[in-house]
Ligand binder design. Structure first.
Ligand SMILES: NC(=O)c1ccc[n+]([C@@H]2O[C@H](COP(=O)([O-])OP(=O)(O)OC[C@H]3O[C@@H](n4cnc5c(N)ncnc54)[C@H](OP(=O)(O)O)[C@@H]3O)[C@@H](O)[C@H]2O)c1
Length: 297
């Protein structure tokens, strides 16, 4: 399949590109050439900015995977340029799209955030992250109809991904697992490699609509126990670290965000590796000289 990847060189996108190359797809990357420019040296690259994606008007692809769509303006522009040039559009969205952060078991049909009246489509802010993803999904559906899918993930772990916080390093260096969360806090996650394979699967099968690409829900303490089980020592957990990198409110006001219904994605082909495997691979990744990236914000 001729596959256009918007982005593809940072944390999640690089796994997607690796999966696509592994499966023999003909990949074209579109980015500015700033982030890890030496990655995928043999892959065709179109250099350009999403703010002015005119360079995309010269090609045709079976599918596009949009890994870098954050601003509504940019997604609108790429949709306009690619309207008659791609057969399918997969958009990397987020679990931040849901209006309720407390209702457990929400499916993809749950109420979404609305766009604040007068908000700018061309400026990034964390407050607009969820509404922007909703609006981007809507823009794409209005242009590509059922040839659009949106992948909604949240907490992504594994090599190259910052969401593993200090835990991966602690596992690799026999440190303390600092965890600013309640032990019974519900959590869902996904290994970046499982996410990449699902993104590719949805793209290749030209699946339609949104998907909650997340694991089943488990209590935070159970997840940490699964990770700790892969090292010989019983590593300590500090539930009240001085700095809170995880940003999870302890009062339950965000618990629904990690209790989503993933059955639509599972039925469509989402495969999930056990957390123990992610932990083992991450330890190997750190011990072979890799450094985790800084947190995104
Ligand atoms: N936990 C998570 O990380 C998480 C969870 C849910 C959803 N997401 C979503 O996943 C996506 C991010 O994943 P990622 O950062 O790992 O993606 P990525 O595709 O690996 O990296 C971002 C890519 O976008 C390119 N880019 C950035 N700004 C650009 C611009 N103005 N014009 C053209 N290209 C541009 C970068 O290259 P250049 O800098 O060279 O241009 C880079 O290749 C986002 O859509 C995010 O909302 C992430």
């Amino acid at each position: 399949m001729r596959l256009l990847v918007l982005g593809g060189t940072k944390n999640l996108g690089r796994h997607l590109v690796e999966s696509a190359l592994r499966d023999g797809h003909e990949v074209t990357l579109f980015n500015r050439g700033r982030t890890n420019p030496d990655l995928f040296g043999d892959v065709r690259r179109i250099v350009g900015d999403r703010a002015q994606p005119d360079a995309l008007a010269a090609g045709e692809w079976d599918s596009v995977v949009d890994m870098s769509g954050i601003l509504v303006r940019d997604v609108r522009r790429s949709a306009e340029v690619l309207r008659d040039r791609v057969g399918h559009y997969t958009f990397m969205s987020s679990i931040a799209v849901y209006a309720s952060k407390v209702i457990p078991g929400q499916t993809e049909a749950a109420e979404l955030l609305s766009w604040p009246i007068g908000a700018p489509e061309d400026e990034f802010s964390m407050e607009l992250y969820g509404p922007s993803k909703v609006r981007c999904e809507q823009v794409l559906t209005s242009v590509f109809g059922p040839a659009t899918s949106a992948i909604r993930s949240g907490f992504v772990v594994g090599p190259y991904n910052p969401d593993f916080g200090n835990w991966g390093e602690a596992l690799a260096t026999s440190g303390t697992l600092e965890c600013a969360a309640r032990p019974d806090q519900p959590i869902q996650l996904i290994d970046a490699r499982d996410l990449a394979d699902f993104l590719l699967h949805v793209t290749v099968t030209k699946a339609s609509g949104p998907f909650n690409a997340v694991s089943g829900t488990l209590p935070m303490a159970e997840l940490l126990d699964a990770w700790r089980s892969v090292v010989p020592e019983q590593l300590p957990i500090n539930w009240s670290p001085p700095t809170d990198r995880f940003h999870l409110p302890h009062d339950g006001s965000n618990d629904g965000t990690f209790q989503l219904d993933n059955s639509r994605a599972r039925t469509a082909g989402l495969n999930l590796r056990p957390p123990e495997q992610t932990a083992r691979d991450y330890i190997t990744w750190i011990r072979t000289g890799n450094t985790p990236p800084p947190p995104p914000h």
